[in-house]
Design a protein around this ligand. Structure first.
Ligand SMILES: Cc1cc2nc3c(=O)[nH]c(=O)nc-3n(C[C@H](O)[C@H](O)[C@H](O)COP(=O)(O)OP(=O)(O)OC[C@H]3O[C@@H](n4cnc5c(N)ncnc54)[C@H](O)[C@@H]3O)c2cc1C
Length: 395
């Protein structure tokens, strides 16, 4: 048995689903297959496999690219000067600024977009007008497909390439490429973890029904505010909106309760201070307290520059920017350095998920419902006068 098969058989949870193994296989003996939880894992065709070991040495679960940087990354609060693109972005719109610079130089940008079934895959754009496809966070795991191979071909042609992805996808790319390219810029983000595409599929069916009716999906609609996650669907029919925020939307609730993240996310080896990428992007949670002058409710990005290229890139951004000490930058965003803690109901959730039929929203509700004590407290607090009375007694 080759190492990659052994790893998956013995320790499923090390595989991040990055596609590096199947991209590097010289005889196309590896395909990615979705498991019962909805995550993709490599499956090796032993008839075709020539035991060359290329998949094993490329796997980021088995071998990580190391970074030579030991000092703290430069940390910045950034707000794009382009208000329109910032409104469509999840944070302060920095990804679009970096991408536009590359596209204007006749480069190519790789990132995550929705497919025709409203699931997420990695693709590329070559024109600024098409950038909207990649803009904004999509909270489910994206399929890399042949993006690593396409990126390599473009790099070899000498074209400027920008690759944006989760920390594990960017390390998968670096392992696949095996060498440094001056014409490559790699951007990752602070990643809470990637939810199951199968859970999203079931949720979409229940929430919207006819997928052809959807015109646009935004996981981070900023109509209420940037800080309150708002999942919205714009429908073709009369431009009708379906929207629900963090408190009401069950998909978001399950995601933030860490109920259905990929198993490898719970012990992610890639969340750390120094990363082998040029920049790391994030939401600047807590900016209101740390740097009130960089807060306006429309989204502020946090940017960590890890390399010389990353540091130069910040200087060129058409944005409002301010340096911030690393400790303040991560104070409210510990996902930079710590992986998500699994929900204690994850196993039960997926046990029920495998046994159709069910109502997915009810299932998520069942495993994310606050304890009875918490719910009673909330009801009592909302009775007029009670909150005032409790404060008076306490004082
Ligand atoms: C699954 C996930 C979890 C995240 N967790 C956190 C977190 O815990 N804390 C935090 O501060 N920030 C987190 N982010 C990042 C944050 O939401 C913003 O994406 C980031 O700040 C960049 O924002 P922006 O305004 O500069 O650009 P945006 O326009 O929002 O750019 C988003 C970029 O991410 C890429 N992308 C979108 N969805 C995916 C996906 N599913 N897989 C791979 N790439 C994708 C897009 O191609 C695009 O290039 C997460 C993002 C994702 C996708």
């Amino acid at each position: 048995m080759i190492a990659i098969e052994k790893m998956i058989a013995e320790d499923h949870a090390n595989c991040v689903g990055c596609y590096a193994c199947c991209s590097v296989c010289p005889v196309s003996a590896i395909i990615m297959q979705e498991d019962m939880e909805g995550f993709r894992y490599p499956q090796v065709d032993t008839e075709k496999c020539i035991q060359c070991g290329a998949c094993e040495v490329t796997c980021p679960g088995l071998h990580q690219v190391q970074t030579s940087e030991e000092r703290e990354p430069e940390s910045w609060a950034v707000i794009s000067n382009d208000l329109t693109s910032r409104e469509q972005s999840s944070s302060g719109g920095v990804m679009s600024l970096v991408a536009e610079d590359v596209l204007r130089e006749n480069g190519i940008v790789f990132g995550a977009a929705f497919d025709e079934k409203w699931e997420v895959y990695h693709t590329f754009v070559e024109k600024v007008e098409d950038l909207d496809k990649l803009r904004a966070s999509k909270y489910l795991q994206s399929r890399i497909g042949d993006s690593y191979k396409k990126a390599k071909a473009e790099l070899e042609r000498g074209r400027e390439v920008l690759f944006v992805g989760t920390p594990c996808q960017t390390i998968g790319l670096k392992n696949f490429l095996k060498k440094e390219y001056n014409n490559l810029t790699v951007v990752d983000f602070i990643c809470h973890g990637v939810p199951s595409p199968a859970v999203w599929r079931e949720y979409l069916k229940e929430r919207v029904g006819d997928l052809n009716e959807i015109r646009r999906i935004s996981f981070r609609n900023k109509n209420l505010s940037w800080e309150r996650y708002l999942l919205s669907f714009l429908l073709k029919n009369d431009n009708k909106y379906l929207a629900a925020d963090l408190n009401e939307d069950l998909y978001l609730r399950g995601f933030l309760h860490n109920l259905y993240l990929r198993p490898s996310c719970y012990h992610c080896q890639f969340c750390r201070k120094n990363r082998p990428v040029d920049i790391t992007l994030a939401d600047f949670w807590g900016v209101k307290n740390v740097m009130p002058e960089m807060y306006d409710e429309k989204g502020t990005s946090l940017l960590f520059a890890h390399s010389e290229k990353g540091r130069k890139l910040v200087q060129q951004l058409n944005a409002l920017k301010k340096k911030v000490p690393f400790c303040n930058a991560v104070q409210y965003n510990l996902a930079m350095v710590y992986p998500a803690i699994p929900s204690k109901h994850r196993t039960e959730f997926f046990r029920d998920f495998k046994n159709k039929p069910y109502n997915i929203c009810e299932l998520i509700e069942k495993y994310t419902k606050p304890a009875l004590k918490v719910r009673i407290k909330k009801v009592i607090k909302n009775i007029p006068g009670v909150y005032w009375l409790v404060r008076k007694i306490k004082n």
